[in-house]
Design a protein around this ligand. Structure first.
Ligand code: CP
Length: 312
């Protein structure tokens, strides 16, 4: 059991032991989710603010349900209906939320480093729910949890992350988590979106999709992040699908037990064939289910909880 952090800002600064502690704690919370009464009092009396300044479906709803299951008081902050519209700064907004005794702030923001920025001056715990193209730590934790649950281990597995790596916070957080736990990570996609510099993070870079998927135990597909790309990084969507999409023909050339992952939202027919997204080897919805247990674990540990306190 190893966890001493006040904030969860990234995976880069976590040790393998700390990642494993989150996964073990999430496993206990997943078991709690099978009981008739799924709510526990771990965060009773605590106030959690969900400060989503960029759109989200899975992460926002998953955090809110996790907070409900832990009995927290919850404030959902809507940027569209807030005084951001009148020019209030992020710093002033966050300090006003803390003045209302917020104990934890879960934030998604389009700017890389936004969560680290808040953590510099807030007393509340800050949880990064995705900051620009930097990191999305709880996504990597739920992805790693899903890999470990389905394959029984992470170390030694061949994991291919295929798609828009350059603009992907999911890719960066997954690379940190998977390499720290001993997986062999391969990145693949167009050279404009998968530069060789990523090899400095301890993974392999290839632009040959057939080679990238052939020996993979896990294929994690990423969507094209149009909202973060400054200009077109490849000639057309059709060309992207033809060169890098997981089509039925390519799926037939993967290992028979290779699992398909995707953080969502999916662009069906672009990075993934629609039937593959729904096939028996796709664990995309298992990832969503596991996100709840992982986010309960993160909130619980940041509040000082110990995994052994979760009654089995
Ligand atoms: N995977 C993910 O972060 O999805 P949302 O953007 O819907 O939260």
């Amino acid at each position: 059991m190893s966890w001493h952090h006040k904030h969860l800002l990234d995976i880069e600064s976590l040790s393998a032991d700390e990642i494993t502690t989150v996964l073990d704690t999430a496993k206990a919370f997943k078991a709690v989710g099978t009981r008739a009464i799924k709510k526990v009092p771990a965060l009773r009396g605590k106030t959690v603010v969900n400060l989503f300044v960029e759109p989200s479906t899975r992460t926002r709803i998953s955090f809110e349900l996790a907070e409900q299951r832990l009995s927290a008081d919850i404030i959902n902050f809507s940027a569209e209906a807030s005084s951001f519209k009148k020019g209030e700064t992020l710093k002033d907004t966050a300090r006003n939320l803390e003045a209302l005794n917020a104990d934890m702030i879960v934030m998604r923001h389009s700017a890389s480093g936004a969560a680290h920025f808040l953590a510099r001056f807030l007393h509340a715990s800050v949880i990064n729910a995705g900051d620009g193209a930097h990191e999305h730590p709880t996504q990597a934790l739920l992805d790693t949890f899903t890999v470990r649950e389905k394959k029984g281990k992470v170390a030694g597995l061949n994991v291919t992350i295929l798609g828009d790596i350059l603009y992907s916070r999911v890719a960066r957080s997954n690379i940190w988590a998977l390499t720290k736990l001993g997986a062999n990570v391969t990145l693949c996609g167009p050279s404009t979106l998968v530069p060789k510099v990523f090899e400095q993070m301890g993974c392999r870079v290839t632009h040959d999709v057939e080679e990238a998927i052939r020996d993979a135990d896990i294929i994690n597909l990423l969507r094209i992040q149009h909202e973060r790309q400054r200009k077109t990084m490849f000639p057309s969507i059709g060309e992207y699908t033809s060169f890098f999409g997981l089509t039925k023909a390519r799926m037939a050339r993967t290992k028979p037990d290779a699992l398909i992952m995707h953080p969502g939202p999916i662009n069906r027919g672009v990075e993934i064939d629609s039937e593959i997204a729904d096939c028996s080897r796709s664990v995309i919805l298992d990832q969503v289910t596991n996100g709840l247990a992982v986010r309960m674990a993160v909130l619980f540990l940041l509040n000082g909880g110990k995994a052994q306190e979760i009654a089995g």
